[in-house]
Design a binder for this molecule. Structure first.
Ligand SMILES: [C]C(=O)[N][C]1[C]([O])[C]([O])[C]([C][O])O[C]1O1[C]([C]OP(=O)([O-])OP([O])(=O)O[C][C]2O[C](N3[C]=NC4=C3N=[C]N=C4[N])[C]([O])[C]2[O])[C]([O])[C]([O])[C]1[N+]1=[C][C]=[C]C(C([N])=O)=[C]1
Ligand code: NAG
Ligand code: NAG
Ligand code: NAG
Length: 749
């Protein structure tokens, strides 16, 4: 790969073209920043240069500051690694340059990229160029003057909206708002920009310095009102995110004390935020997510993914129709197979409803919806299977049924066809036992609703071929999922790691901690609802079934109490019948139900685990830890067993799929997030914490270990720390450090 560099070219017209060359997206790496300073000095100095055009090579202006530098800074705690940009380059060398500077923008200008263009005296863009300041998603604020210049160019409320929501706009909208001065074709971009720069030099076009403008800011009292509202909003929607309020404070500084003071305050706040825990967590997840696409012996052995153009989905139930929805949205032809016309119609109607839902929430255009639905065909037999590239089986959990289906499809599908099952619990080897195609049998574990949830666990056995894994990873990406390759075990990575979560909550309830307090504490930790409300939403049948499944697989570490049975006996079934731990009435928020307390008392008598009847009343922090450290403990086992390729894969999986032992609670939980629109736009605390392992490492393996140890002495073996955790705590090694191959056990694949 070519070295990042900045090129400099002076034409006969006296216009210097300064070009950022750092393919593919021209990130502003350290050498680029240095190069820009150099070239702007040269352009200023040279007599033959009348005007300057700043552009990016290869059709993309710049995606912004190089995030690997954040990672470096965070590792070393050394902010001096951050280059001086906002005053040194953008103000002194670009905005205050004695020669006009025009930005020629194509493709995208995001973050630091857009901030550079706003320091220029005019911006010319090609159609459909993406413009935005997404810094807040990484826990920081725009740091090259963006907090000051964007409001001055497009007005305060729109600028605040773009920054708070990290929302980008297209150049057409930018033109209307005043961010872009003209839109021209890609072929004309440089020509028009050069002329524009010369026109400014000749004073036939205005020489605008964004930072000095105030015309769009409105009156001071209007500005204060806008910022006040935005702050209230941020406190509500992003309570755990310091960068939102800091950003608004920095904007306010500029409104009150002038743009230059705003730039100074911004630069300082930016450096402070880079070292915040929030930013560390978000940057970690950013890179961890990209790293999931590297799988040793799969993605590094020269194989190419084969195209999957047509897929079959067997079973039009909840999962099957969600998966089919995701596939047609990803431009893959789908045949949906069911056992009778009635069920088939029901499956197709579910898919249509999924698509309609996306349209009505503005997440999909009607055109794209029609296109997607045209790629779907319902069938009742296998005749359409002769040219499918992939089959995903999503029928009920029954071993004989799955075995029968796999031996049938083996006969009707082409030899290259991937045979995937969505089973959550059945051993893939058993599914494939009756076939001779075990190398192309693979698990595709979607999280419900499959057309919404971003995580896809790809489950391999030791017989699955690298090609099949690679193909499914490519399908996952093309349907906009984040594929994480995992090994086979009950619950796979996410559901397994999180199975102790609700058990921990139940144990605390039996130890006398108020369940409504537990729910409150967990939601202020950053999860939208607590474990008991979640159980209400999911229904108790599911809790019972799933509890049994894990009790069977992990009998040495389950806590079982009769609470759910007692609730069922008292005529409660959660949200289903309006009565659970909470009372559910149409049109009002769930209300804690005091009449559930005697039932909990009875449960406590039955389990009899409170030493001397003493009620546990710990701090909120300890309650969170008593629920989540068991999750860390199980996560250690997931690492040790080699279920994931690396610790950061489990971080990503926990962030994107984080929930509970079964898929049904997950459905309710994620649906809720989805409908409240919290999902994705405002990451939970766990995401800010960088995922379950990163979070545990932040607190220190030693703290996790000694806490568990202490609780296990008081409350019994449920809290016993696993050996892996003990070793890491004793040796002071982070949980994220690679598992040595000697200690890996049977299921490492
Ligand atoms: C793993 C997975 O995904 N799995 C799933 C399941 O669960 C289900 O069940 C299925 C189905 O769909 O898918 C898959 O999954 C499965 C299933 O689920 P759902 O969806 O929920 O169910 P339902 O609704 O019941 O549905 C079923 C269907 O199918 C059909 N079929 C039967 N058979 C047959 C058919 N079709 C065709 N062909 C044939 N032969 C019927 O009719 C109905 O409609 C199972 O396996 C489970 O396990 C799974 N899961 C689920 C969910 C979730 C999960 C997660 N991921 O989490 C899982
Ligand atoms: C990759 O495959 C080689 C040869 O089969 C094997 O020796 C090596 O251990 C594998 N590496 C991993 C990370 O699985
Ligand atoms: C897959 O997981 C199941 C459940 O833990 C287990 O019974 C089976 O032996 C595993 N298979 C492989 C190949 O690891
Ligand atoms: C941690 O794992 C061990 C098994 O390694 C188990 O005995 C213990 O109960 C688990 N503890 C928690 C808190 O999940």
């Amino acid at each position: 790969m070519a070295e990042p560099r900045v090129t400099f070219d002076v034409g006969n017209d006296g216009v210097a073209i300064i070009t950022i060359c750092n393919p593919p997206v021209n990130t502003l790496a350290i050498p680029i920043i240095a190069g820009l300073k150099d070239k702007f000095n040269e352009a200023t100095r040279r007599q033959d240069v009348k005007a300057i055009v700043l552009t990016g090579k290869g059709g993309r202006f710049s995606a912004g500051f190089d995030i690997t530098v954040f990672e470096e800074v965070q590792k070393n705690g050394d902010v001096s690694l951050l280059p001086e940009v906002s005053v040194d380059l953008v103000v002194n060398k670009i905005e205050d340059c004695k020669k006009p500077v025009v930005a020629a923008v194509e493709g995208l200008a995001l973050g630091g990229g857009l901030e550079l263009t706003m320091g220029c005296h005019a911006r010319i863009a090609t159609p459909k160029t993406q413009l935005g300041l997404p810094e807040l998603t990484l826990g920081v604020i725009p740091g090259f003057g963006g907090t000051q210049r964007l409001p001055r160019l497009i007005g305060l409320s729109k600028a605040v909206e773009m920054m708070m929501l990290s929302k980008s706009i297209m150049s057409e909208e930018g033109r209307k708002l005043g961010l872009i001065d003209a839109i021209v074709t890609s072929e004309e971009l440089l020509k028009v920009s050069r002329q524009w720069a010369l026109d400014i030099a000749a004073r036939s076009k205005p020489w605008m310095r964004s930072l000095h403008r105030t015309d769009k800011l409105g009156s001071l009292s209007e500005a204060r009102e806008i910022l006040k509202t935005a702050k209230q909003q941020a406190k509500k929607t992003a309570p755990n995110m310091p960068q939102h309020l800091v950003c608004l404070d920095v904007i306010e500084e500029g409104v009150i004390h002038g743009g230059y003071n705003g730039v100074l305050k911004e630069a300082k706040a930016f450096k402070d935020l880079v070292l915040s825990d929030t930013s560390k967590g978000l940057v970690h997840v950013f890179f961890a997510q990209r790293t999931t696409s590297k799988v040793p012996n799969v993605t590094d052995v020269g194989l190419k993914p084969r195209a999957v153009k047509k897929a079959a989905v067997i079973g039009g139930g909840l999962m099957g129709s969600g998966i089919a929805t995701a596939l047609i949205l990803g431009n893959i032809y789908v045949v949906l197979k069911e056992i009778n016309p009635e069920y088939l119609l029901k499956g197709i109607k579910t898919i249509e409803a999924n698509i309609r839902g996306l349209v009505s929430r503005g997440k999909l255009t009607q055109d794209k919806a029609n296109k997607a639905l045209s790629m779907l065909k319902g069938v009742l037999d296998y005749s359409e299977f002769k040219d499918v590239d992939m089959v995903i089986e999503a029928v009920i959990e029954s071993i004989p049924l799955k075995q029968k289906i796999f031996s049938e499809i083996e006969k009707v599908c082409p030899h290259h066809c991937i045979l995937a099952t969505n089973t959550s619990t059945i051993d893939l080897n058993i599914v494939g036992e009756k076939t001779s195609s075990e190398d192309r049998i693979i698990g595709a574990h979607f999280f419900s609703p499959a057309h919404v949830m971003p995580l896809l666990e790809i489950v391999r056995t030791e017989k699955t071929s690298a090609q099949a894994i690679l193909d499914l990873m490519a399908v996952g990406k093309s349907i906009k999922k984040v594929p994480v390759v995992v090994g086979n075990c009950t619950g796979f990575a996410v559901n397994r790691a999180f199975f102790p979560y609700s058990q921990g909550a139940h144990l605390l309830a039996n130890l006398g901690v108020d369940i409504f307090r537990i729910d409150r504490v967990i939601s202020s930790f950053g999860l939208p609802i607590g474990p008991f409300q979640l159980q209400d939403l999911a229904g108790y049948g599911v809790a019972t079934a799933v509890g049994k499944e894990f009790a069977k697989a992990f009998s040495d570490r389950v806590f079982q109490s009769p609470l759910v049975d007692l609730l069922l006996k008292s005529g409660r079934n959660g949200k289903n019948n309006g009565k659970g731990y909470y009372i559910y009435e149409k049109g009002s928020k769930p209300k804690p139900d005091p009449s559930v307390l005697p039932i909990i008392e009875e449960c406590k008598r039955l389990t009899n685990i409170m030493p001397g009847g003493k009620v546990l009343s710990d701090t909120d922090k300890e309650i969170v830890e008593m629920i989540l450290f068991p999750v860390v403990n199980e996560s250690c086992r997931v690492l040790e067993d080699g279920i994931v390729v690396r610790a950061s894969d489990l971080d990503v999986a926990s962030v994107l799929g984080m929930s509970f032992p079964s898929y049904r609670p997950l459905i309710s939980y994620m649906y809720l997030l989805f409908y409240l629109d919290i999902f994705c736009s405002v990451p939970g605390k766990l995401q800010m914490s960088g995922g379950i392992i990163f979070w545990a490492d932040t607190l220190g393996p030693k703290h996790v270990y000694t806490s568990l140890k202490k609780w296990s002495q008081i409350h019994g073996s449920f809290y016993k720390p696993t050996k892996f955790l003990e070793e890491r705590a004793m040796k002071g090694i982070p949980l994220s450090a690679p598992v040595s191959s000697s200690s890996t056990s049977r299921s490492r694949l």
